[in-house]
Design a binder for this molecule. Structure first.
Ligand SMILES: [Zn+2]
Length: 309
């Protein structure tokens, strides 16, 4: 009888030792992870994924936030995120949809269902398609905080901020003949470096922004606090189509790098020669997902380096 009792006590002791060892190891792991995090240099990364014909970018902030701007139309974006976001992190802080066209939101539907998305920012524009109904359904099923875009909004982190530059009015529920015109323009700023995202906006949208900036130089309108177009990186509008990227806009933004997100041999002929010629004339580095694959741009707050596949 004693031997049976001793055996039970020995087993219980062993289990206790294992539990204590596990807790100590876990605490040790957390402590080292915190030390590693504190000593890690602070960089901001923007990856423009090759999602075929469409747009899809991931912003990794220096504080460890994950922000998406569009998601392409297929599962490519989700596959790339699985490789970029650690497997234990199931959260995305913010998903931004520039406008409700399939080549921008299609890939976001599965991402919203798979990840815990904290915030979704989009323009609320109505579209009449089955795919768009799926987008709306996944947004309404998610627990995310929904924000309808409006120029003047500011999203602030510890080391970065995002200014919403366009649209100038709330477009919720409005149906557009061409939703490209409703595209959100936003400027991401990390210390001294900046990125301008343009969705599929046209030259007419760009002209409104340029005019607003000129107006702001002379007036003190509330939008003028955020109305700066000058940026180091320009995500070129509408996949490099000649319908976007006017000379006035390029000379207002004056980027060092222009990123064009377009599918290899796409049926629209994007990017168009007119756009490429203009960017070359301004001596801007052109990076293209159709030629370069995924494009990663890293900022240390002062300067940028980029790498491609
Ligand atoms: Zn598009």
């Amino acid at each position: 009888m004693c031997s049976a009792l001793c055996l039970i006590m020995a087993l219980q002791n062993k289990r206790f030792v294992f539990v204590v060892l596990f807790i100590l190891l876990f605490v040790n792991f957390i402590a080292w992870a915190a030390v590693y995090d504190l000593s890690r240099p602070k960089f901001l990364e923007v990856i423009f994924f090759d999602v075929g014909q469409g747009d899809g970018a991931l912003i990794k902030t220096a504080e460890g936030h994950y922000i998406l701007v569009d998601g392409g139309e297929s599962s490519k974006m989700l596959e790339k995120l699985l490789a970029e976001i650690p497997f234990w992190k199931r959260e995305i802080d913010l998903v931004i949809l520039s406008h409700p066209h399939y080549d921008h939101f299609g890939g976001l539907i599965d991402i919203i269902e798979r990840y815990q998305v904290k915030n979704i920012l989009w323009n609320g524009v109505a579209e009449d398609s089955l795919a768009f109904e799926r987008w709306q359904e996944s947004v309404s099923k998610s627990d995310a905080n929904i924000i309808i875009s409006l120029a003047g909004q500011k999203i602030k982190g510890e080391n970065f901020f995002i200014d919403i530059l366009y649209p100038f009015i709330n477009l919720e529920g409005i149906e557009f003949k061409d939703a490209n015109l409703s595209s959100i323009y936003l400027r991401l700023v990390f210390q001294k470096t900046s990125f301008l995202f343009t969705g599929d906006g046209y030259k007419s949208n760009e002209n409104e922004l340029v005019q607003k900036e000129i107006f702001c130089q002379e007036n003190n309108h509330y939008l003028c606090r955020v109305m700066f177009l000058d940026s180091d990186v320009l995500k070129v509008g509408h996949h490099g189509s000649k319908t976007s990227t006017s000379e006035e806009f390029v000379s207002a933004v004056l980027p060092e790098i222009a990123v064009i997100s377009a599918g290899k041999n796409n049926r629209y002929g994007h990017p168009h020669k007119e756009t490429l010629d203009l960017l070359e004339r301004y001596d801007i580095n052109i990076l293209r997902t159709d030629l370069n694959g995924d494009i990663k741009i890293i900022s240390d707050g002062k300067s940028l380096i980029f790498s491609t596949d």
